[in-house]
Design a protein around this ligand. Structure first.
Ligand SMILES: [Fe+2]
Length: 159
């Protein structure tokens, strides 16, 4: 049996935070709440919160993504199906999709487990940006400094 000192610490926290500052601004009307940054396999778990409608992003994942819709609903333009509150979603590696929130949805919150990266693409499929576990950690650190929680606040989510 491995010594306890060699193990990565466990993590248990309230996913929906009491402190609004935990939500990291992603874009106008879009925030994410980090839950886990996995720097060993490369990936992260977060809640995505959206309080606007329309197209949010077009992106592809080199690896699988799974999610659970906690509140509201959304859909990918490339699919007929709408991910409703309570839905489980699986996004296969390599798929390009365009995330949209319908006009009658004032707030959606979805848990995502993202492996690898988010690769943002334009309508021609050309890469316009990317996010990985390191860029997400940097975003959180900058926000937590700015909002007063402090740079080290992000460390609790890093494994
Ligand atoms: Fe996706």
């Amino acid at each position: 049996m491995a010594a306890a000192a060699t193990r990565v610490p466990e993590l248990a926290l309230a996913a929906l935070p009491a402190d609004e500052r935990e939500w990291v601004p992603q874009a106008p009307g879009v925030w994410f709440r980090p839950l886990l940054f996995n720097t060993v396999s490369g990936g992260w778990c977060n809640l995505l919160r959206v309080r606007r409608s329309g197209v949010l992003s077009r992106h592809r994942h080199p690896m699988a993504v799974v999610g659970y819709v906690i509140k509201g609903r959304w859909k990918y333009l490339e699919h007929d199906r709408t991910a409703e509150e309570g839905s489980f979603v699986f996004e296969p590696p390599g798929e390009v999709h365009t995330l949209t929130v319908p006009p009658d949805c004032t707030e959606m919150i979805t848990f995502f487990n993202i492996l690898g990266a988010m690769i943002y693409v334009d309508s021609a499929g050309v890469q316009t940006g990317y996010e990985d576990v390191w860029t997400k950690i940097d975003m959180c650190r900058a926000h937590y400094v700015q909002c007063g929680l402090g740079a080290a606040h992000v460390d609790r989510f890093v494994r």
